[in-house]
Design a protein. Sequence first.
Length: 75
Amino acid sequence: MPAAEIEAMIKAALPDAVVTMTDLAGDNDHWAAHVTSAAFAGKSRVAQHKLVYAALGGRMGGELHALQLTTAVPT
């Protein structure tokens, strides 16, 4: 799954998100994503990650094999 598609899905659910994608294996299948969004304020890290995974609409484990995720609140 291309980085632009992953980023678009995240931004559709979290419009203010700043997303940085890194291809970990050069195969468009194993990604690292750093997502910053005000929507994460006051939420646990687990809740933040759930928001991102929900944005991906069940593609984890299928089109998107692996995602190393970090999240942050804007400063």
